[in-house]
Write a protein that binds this ligand. Structure first.
Ligand code: V0V
Ligand code: CO
Length: 140
């Protein structure tokens, strides 16, 4: 079901400062910046590699407010690794398959994600404390 790691999501208090950190330290560049009101984030995608199956990204996430997933995460744990996003070929089929396991989807249907992707989250409590995201990238 999982094709590759699509992105790692990193929670930060200040998006511009986080971007500068990755540009300066690693020479990464920003491919896109978006605001996603449904998810409560301002985010940037920085491309890390171009694996055979498709690119891989660092996703930097600044909360749009305190009462959002990333805002609550930072208040509780501070900045740091927030989630892992795996690429899937068919997110509807992946969600149906997950439905047959004990792992609870946080989304019953796909949501709008970065770069035109369709995304759905799985509960961290069912996956060893790791918030996990399924990503069906936009057709290229
Ligand atoms: C919270 N918890 C986490 C966590 N966030 N554990 C691991 N990784 C995380 N990122 C734990 C937290 O430590 C608590 O555990 C428990 O969950 C409840 O915490 P809470 O602060 O009360 O939070 P909740 O229950 O209100 O919400 C937690 C969940 C929520 C995971 C359900 O954050 C959620 O629905 N996330 C999915 C949406 C999301 O994260 N969007 C932002 C990224 P203890 O202490 O009780 O054990 S948007 C994105 O990636 C996009 C757009 C994209 O890729 O394109
Ligand atoms: Co993500």
């Amino acid at each position: 079901m999982l094709l590759r790691i699509d992105h790692v999501g990193i929670a930060c208090r200040n998006l511009d400062e986080a971007i500068a950190r990755y540009e300066t330290t690693f020479g990464l560049t920003v491919t896109s910046r978006e605001v996603n009101p449904e998810q409560g984030v301002r985010e940037a995608m920085l491309q890390v590699g171009d694996a055979a199956g498709g690119p891989t990204w660092v996703q930097l996430l600044e909360p749009t407010g305190p009462d959002t997933p990333v805002g609550k995460f930072i208040a509780r744990r501070g900045e740091g690794l927030h989630h892992v996003g795996y690429a899937v070929a068919d997110i509807t089929a992946a969600l149906a398959s997950i439905g047959a396991t004990h792992v609870r989807p946080l989304d019953q249907r796909p949501r709008h994600g970065s770069l035109g992707a369709s995304i759905a989250f799985l509960h961290p409590a069912d996956l060893g404390g790791v918030l996990t995201e399924l990503v069906e990238p936009a057709a290229s």
